[in-house]
Design a protein around this ligand. Structure first.
Ligand SMILES: Nc1ncnc2c1ncn2[C@@H]1O[C@H](COP(=O)(O)OP(=O)(O)OP(=O)(O)O)[C@@H](O)[C@H]1O
Ligand SMILES: [Mg+2]
Length: 480
């Protein structure tokens, strides 16, 4: 209480100084000069209003910061951690309401409510980020320092008007988010990758590595993972392509999903994993568990980064090797980016057919190049043709995801690996998206086509009792 009182005195003085003095001298206006003054005032009124708004914002911010301090100092901190969050929120609200009720003159009811909400968010939630997390349409939040925050909605990136007070404020929120899930970020380990309780993925990098303030990238994932129907509705893929891919997953064809950053690889991997029959044992390996498999027999594993002492790292490769001892029917690897490629190919070649993974590449041919390089990273001196032979026998399909101009994400190619010609690996395209131009919003437009080529893997599908109509592959433009 004493703290609150002493602060109030200082605060009132500060508030008085901050009060706009717009009417100074108004009573002394001379009648004859009043018109000229009015004109002049009209000119200035916009600027004055803006100045008043700005002042009000500063005032609001100051009351908020002080109130925040007071509320925290009044709380019995020892109960935090034992109390349920809802209870804590109620207690904070009670304190804030009481403190504010003594200053009814300063803020109107709406402002007061807004302030209380902000303080609660500040105290326990994600601060300025809280409203962004409540908006289900936001898919990405990109923070470039305390004052520049971008959000992505419906595939379009735009600058948000939300800001943090300064980098210390931003850092406090980052630390709150990551410490809640048992990770840490500070000068000695200034990078962190974490999965939030709602399933979203967060990467933060702070000073001294980030030069102009902390950088945070949040990929919202959580609540509703996209389904095949969603992708069809968004015209990201056609029903024919889904029918084919679903049959391939069911029929244990090994599939590699390729794409750039944020192109929709994980989303497609999640959808395709959904077609794995329920009676199979699936092992999933990811850096940050994003997949949401609904089957009952799924064992999930997550890699672990090095700890502060520089030890304790568990890589995808370690987990792939371990998974092989767990008798899975299939292995789903979130992303293949290194030496694990070799172990994965071997697994695909030795009884774990129907495995799925993703790789970072710009087209289906590049994806093979990337795999070759990654197998090379395993450290054995394997001749390139042996690697290619192994890829050819391990992987049957490569599916390309892409984020096109203006934001739309599409599955732009489904290609099949057909074999080897000499030292070269051969592929053909079964389905393609052909871009024809841009619409008025400068978003890519075009159409999907079936190329007319009959997949070689149909024989394999038939062997496992899956028959697809040959009409599915007839050369044509695919309509929605
Ligand atoms: N076809 C689609 N249409 C619209 N949004 C999509 C589509 N596919 C994915 N998204 C959204 O795009 C974002 C990125 O998707 P996803 O995480 O699958 O990409 P990624 O290629 O795995 O990214 P990264 O390279 O970061 O791993 C997500 O918010 C996801 O919901
Ligand atoms: Mg991904």
């Amino acid at each position: 209480m004493a703290l609150w009182k002493s602060k109030t005195t200082g605060e009132n003085a500060a508030l008085a100084a901050a009060e706009p003095n717009g009417f100074a001298g108004a009573s002394a206006v001379d009648n004859e000069r009043s018109h000229a003054v009015e004109d002049e005032q009209a000119e200035h009124s916009d600027a004055e209003q803006a100045a008043r708004d700005a002042e009000r914002k500063v005032l609001f911010q100051r009351i908020k910061e002080e109130l925040h301090q007071q509320v925290i100092s009044r709380l019995d901190l020892s109960t935090i951690g034992t109390m349920h969050e809802d209870e804590l929120r109620i207690q904070v609200r009670r304190e804030a309401e009481e403190l504010l009720s003594r200053r009814k003159d300063l803020l109107n009811v709406v402002e007061r409510e807004g302030l209380i909400k902000e303080i609660i968010d500040e105290a326990f939630g994600l601060g300025p980020l809280e409203p962004l997390f409540h908006d289900p349409d936001i898919t990405d939040i990109l923070i470039n320092g305390p004052k520049v925050i971008y959000i992505e909605k419906f595939g379009k990136l735009s600058r948000s008007n939300i800001t943090f007070s300064d980098d210390a404020h931003l850092l406090k929120i980052i630390q709150r988010i990551v410490s809640a899930i048992g990770r840490r970020v500070d000068e000695t380990s200034p990078m962190v990758d974490a999965r939030l309780p709602d399933g979203s993925r967060l990467n933060a990098i702070i000073s001294p590595l980030a030069v102009d303030g902390s950088l945070v990238s949040i990929r919202r994932f959580g609540s509703k993972a996209l389904t095949a129907d969603d992708l069809i509705e968004k015209e990201s893929i056609t029903p024919e392509m889904v029918e084919f891919l679903a049959a391939c997953v069911e029929g244990r064809i090994n599939i590699l999903i390729s794409g750039g950053t944020g192109s929709g690889k994980t989303t497609l991997l999640n959808i395709l994993s959904g077609y794995i029959p329920e009676d199979e044992r699936v092992a999933t390996i990811e850096d940050a568990a994003e997949l949401q498999l609904q089957q009952p027999h799924v064992v999930r594993m997550e890699t672990r980064p090095v700890n502060v002492e520089g030890t304790g790292e568990v890589t995808t490769r370690d987990l792939v090797r371990n998974a092989l001892r767990m008798r899975p029917d299939r292995i789903v690897i979130g992303e293949c980016r290194g030496a694990e490629a070799l172990d994965m190919l071997q697994a695909m070649n030795t009884g774990h057919d129907g495995s799925l993974t993703t790789v970072h590449a710009n087209n289906t041919r590049d994806a093979i190049g990337r795999l070759e390089m990654m197998v090379g990273m395993a450290g054995f001196d394997i001749p390139i043709w042996t690697i290619r032979r192994q890829i050819t026998s391990a992987i049957q399909l490569v599916v390309q995801a892409a984020r096109l101009t203006g934001g739309p994400r599409k599955i732009i190619a489904i290609s099949e690996i057909t074999g080897m010609e000499g030292d070269m690996l051969t592929m053909h395209d079964l389905f393609l998206f052909k871009q024809t131009g841009l619409d008025e919003q400068r978003r890519a437009t075009g159409h999907f086509v079936a190329t007319g080529l009959r997949p070689n893997c149909l024989t394999r599908l038939e062997a496992s009792g899956i028959t697809l109509p040959t009409s599915l592959f007839e050369e044509r433009i695919l309509k929605f």
